[in-house]
Design a protein around this ligand. Structure first.
Ligand code: SF4
Length: 495
């Protein structure tokens, strides 16, 4: 169950580019996040050291992930939590639905969780007749709108204040207002009543500490506190890569994550949950279930290049920095994981065949790598995935590698073009004659001293050239080549 429209990224992006309201909202929000992040990082002179430390912790954990997960399971169980292992989305959903059924649950309150978005848990619960209500304000807005999140930490980033006001009039029947505090207090009133009535609280997990079995969840609205403390049963869905070895490691990640995500020094709330309540008279849920979700993650462990994808702490900084995301927004990626990190983990989680356009949704400018608090080399990953797509299915590795998932799209034309390019570049005379031919040919497409939008035929036979000149002019090839000038000036040839 993937519901991806990543196959149509190109078309999605083209449509997004015509939406001026969307682009305005994105520009405002991403530049604000970017400025705040920069300011916040300045408050820590050892920022670069912290990034290196975080990456080292993640690398060490991922190399011994099985051991740390077992340690986490053992300590969380000792503290009173129940651990469930889910190989894929279907298994995770069926565990949650079974737990809900066994407790005759009718209403589940949810806090923002990318893992539950990834497995489409809401749809699974609704199929069982259980209402799944999002309680993070951004998630609540997009749930009302019947949409999916368009940013990892700001799900409704694509919506303007006016659009949200209209939505509340339409769906909640309130009077039209542009007062943000009235809109938020409306949502708060509705949601507050639900926390007490809910049978189950469902959350994600930011970090799971192996040495104590503790889970940490970060937030700013207080809805996670209510989700994880008022209902009698708390279910936390945790990707297996979220485990870290020790409590002391949190010091590093708590400095990096809020600063990179929202530009805060610390989020308003940090919920550290170790098992269930100690005594019956204590407050809090009677049960804590933690679902350890694989869903394609263990395939990424096989190689260092793909393993680094699992170091992601979902801060969203790479989205805000990415010139592609800034223009097209998250929905164009057709995945719960948008932006640069989405472009590399979506094909790995769901298969290259379903997301072959995403590794190309980048200018490879490296802005994502520069801001990433755990130093993930996203351009390296993008190039790796592009190579896998170009190789095609018959050269993909056997033995359980993620590349076996679905056929990758062959790019025969690209192969052919590079073969011709190599043949020309390694033969000086052929190169020179090719230049002469192109100079003759370009007469048909040069207008006013430049190559502008090229004609339909050329676009058909050389699509990259057509796409390139759609938005740019190209300088024509000079009337005389460098070699010809050299010969004229120096009186002898170079070959
Ligand atoms: S890849 Fe890096 S910058 Fe992007 S969301 Fe993950 S941790 Fe943040």
């Amino acid at each position: 169950m993937t519901h991806l429209t990543s196959e149509t990224f190109d078309a999605n992006a083209r449509a997004a580019l015509t939406d001026t309201q969307l682009r305005g909202a994105l520009r405002k929000a991403t530049s604000l996040f970017g400025e705040r992040r920069l300011e916040a990082t300045k408050s820590l002179p050892n920022w670069e050291d912290l990034r290196s430390q975080a990456r080292a912790i993640k690398d060490e954990t991922l190399l011994h992930l099985d051991g740390y997960l077992e340690q986490f399971e053992s300590n969380a169980t000792q503290a009173g939590a129940q651990i469930h292992w889910a190989r894929d989305a279907a298994e995770a959903n069926s565990i949650v639905c079974r737990l809900a059924r066994e407790r005759n649950a009718r209403l589940a309150v949810k806090s923002k969780s990318m893992a539950t978005e990834e497995i489409h848990l809401n749809a699974a619960l609704e199929a069982e007749g259980i209402e799944a209500l999002e309680t993070d304000l951004g998630e609540y807005i997009i749930q009302l709108a019947g949409e999916t999140p368009s940013h990892i930490i700001a799900p409704a980033i694509h919506k303007t204040k006016g659009q949200i006001a209209e939505l509340f009039v339409d769906k909640l029947g309130i009077e039209r207002t542009s007062d943000v505090s009235k809109l938020t207090s409306t949502a708060r009133q509705i949601l507050r009543a639900k926390f007490g009535a809910a049978d189950i609280g469902i959350s994600g997990v930011n970090f799971g500490v192996a040495e104590t079995g503790t889970i940490l969840i970060l937030e700013n609205e207080g809805n996670i506190r209510l989700t994880t403390s008022l209902p009698k049963t708390h279910i936390a869905v945790m990707g297996i890569e979220k485990v870290i070895p020790s409590f002391a490691n949190l010091e590093v990640f708590l400095k990096l994550l809020p600063r990179s995500g929202t530009g805060q020094h610390l989020t308003s709330y940090q919920s550290l949950i170790t098992g269930t309540k100690r005594r019956p008279e204590d407050e809090g849920p009677d049960e804590l279930h933690i679902i350890l979700l694989d869903n394609g993650r263990s395939r990424m462990l096989a190689r260092a290049v793909t393993r680094q994808s699992l170091a992601c702490i979902r801060c969203g900084a790479c989205l805000n920095a990415c010139p592609v995301y800034q223009q097209v927004g998250g929905h164009a990626y057709g995945s719960v994981y948008p932006g640069p990190i989405g472009a590399v983990i979506t094909p790995q989680l769901f298969g290259l065949a379903k997301a072959a356009q995403l590794p190309y949704a980048s200018s490879l400018c490296g802005a994502c790598r520069e801001v990433c608090p755990v130093k993930i080399d996203i351009p390296e990953l993008l190039l790796y995935l592009r190579a896998k797509i170009t190789e095609g299915p018959e050269r993909q590795e056997a033995g359980g590698g993620w590349q076996e998932e679905g056929p990758a799209k062959r790019r025969r034309l690209e192969h052919l073009a590079f073969k011709i390019w190599a043949a020309v570049m390694t033969r000086p005379r052929l190169y020179e004659w090719n230049g002469k031919l192109l100079r003759v040919f370009q007469r048909f497409i040069v207008r006013g001293g430049k190559i502008g939008k090229v004609g339909g035929v050329l676009t058909m036979i050389a699509p990259p050239l057509g796409a390139w000149t759609k938005a740019r002019d190209l300088r024509p090839i000079d009337a005389r080549s460098f070699r010809e000038r050299w010969r004229e000036t120096n009186g002898f040839g170079d070959d």
